[in-house]
Design a protein around this ligand. Sequence first.
Ligand code: IMP
Ligand code: MG
Length: 195
Amino acid sequence: MSEAQAVMTGNVTTVLIDEERLQARIRELGHEITSDYAERDLVLLCLLKGGIYFTSDLSRSIDLPITLEFVRARSYAGTESTGEVKLSWIDGLDISNRDVLIVEDIVDTGLTLVEIWKALEAQNPATLDICTLLYKEKHLAQPFPLRYIGFTIEDVFVVGYGLDLEEQYRNLPHIAVFHPDDADRDEPTGLLNPP
Ligand code: IMP
Ligand code: MG
């Protein structure tokens, strides 16, 4: 659904992080990862579907030989976490003694990561770390080691750049705040730590 279509249905999105700022930050993360993982055996593990654009752009900012892998995780119904995480692995994942970096679109309750972390740890990677584009600080149920964070945001529902609401809005080139309808809307800044 385009933004124009969203407006026509009464739902509105406002830009939170524009494309330029998003891409600049992703390049920074890519450079950081390049220096941190030099001489290592880096496996970028993309969490589908939300991590698709982030992984795609981030991987091209990493100037190292890497392996790309994918896992599908689902926990959301509409704008609420169901509290239950379903994982579907792509067959043949080989991470034993390798340096695994999980690439996630957003950390909200952290439940998805807890489940994935447990499943991956059982396969004895050399190192296991997390790179998330967005982090909703307020929600995190338990402290979790997030090695790379793109942006910390307020507790708002965001869409775009891979993030969806019932499979819509993923292909927006920026991150936007989703407003269920246009009534009583304040303009949220939403962003807690502009880098
Ligand atoms: P968690 O398990 O609660 O940390 O949720 C992680 C997953 O929920 C993310 O990978 C997203 O797919 C989804 N999610 C959490 N917050 C949002 C949001 O604001 N917009 C869209 N999807 C979200
Ligand atoms: Mg989702």
